[in-house]
Design a protein. Structure first.
Length: 206
């Protein structure tokens, strides 16, 4: 019996990854996954509790890593002396985006699942969570500019939300379309320059 159980977990994970990538969480079938893994749905329930538990086993560690690192960089930037923040904003943001992009490329399928196949799970709000974190960080930065005597003109919350959401959608397209790495790095640099210049214009910091 012990020999028969060897490798079952790994086969379930591999077959589930393929099923989720092809069909998304909502349309994925545990029965199909079990058949392809050479096991039973009961075996899946025993190991993962339910379909969402199986999805989480694949995606969860990568979600945790990305969100943790993104929040950490925001906190590190906010901890810089106020006078150093304007000159470091573009550099810190660019380095963070590049680091996370590289992580996504190293875990491409799992991150594609997180970005576009998670509808019906708690991970479906991934993009919204990134936008919320970035929005809060932007508000803190605006307070810093005011403290430095360079206050920003009023920015519409709706416009802010649209710009930040658009930025992340553009960013995540690199992963969804598996753009060749060299092209992705160049694209990210150009995107970063575009959005940094735009924010500086809106914030009156040209």
């Amino acid at each position: 019996m012990a020999k028969q159980r060897e490798g079952v977990y790994e086969r379930i994970i591999e077959c589930a990854r393929k099923e989720f990538l092809e069909k998304g969480y909502m349309d994925a079938s545990l029965r199909t996954i079990a058949t392809q893994a050479g096991t039973t749905t009961g075996s899946i329930y025993t190991r993962f509790k339910d379909k969402e538990g199986l999805f989480e086993a694949i995606v969860g560690p990568h979600y945790d890593h990305i969100m943790s690192r993104f929040c950490q960089v925001q906190e590190e930037f906010a901890a810089l002396p106020a006078e150093q923040q304007p000159e470091n904003m573009g550099k810190v943001s660019g380095n963070c985006m590049l680091e996370i992009l590289q992580y996504c490329y190293e875990h491409m399928e799992e991150c594609q699942m997180l970005i576009s196949k998670a509808e019906g799970t708690r991970y479906a709000s991934f993009l919204d969570e990134l936008v919320e974190i970035e929005s809060k960080a932007t508000h803190k930065y605006l307070q810093v500019l005011e403290h430095l005597g360079n206050p920003s003109p009023s920015i519409s919350p709706r416009l802010e939300h649209i710009i930040i959401t658009g930025m992340f959608n553009t960013y995540l397209e690199l992963v969804l379309h598996q753009m060749p790495w060299e092209e992705a790095v160049l694209y990210l640099e150009e995107m970063q320059a575009f959005y940094t210049a735009g924010w500086m214009k809106l914030m009156g910091q040209e």
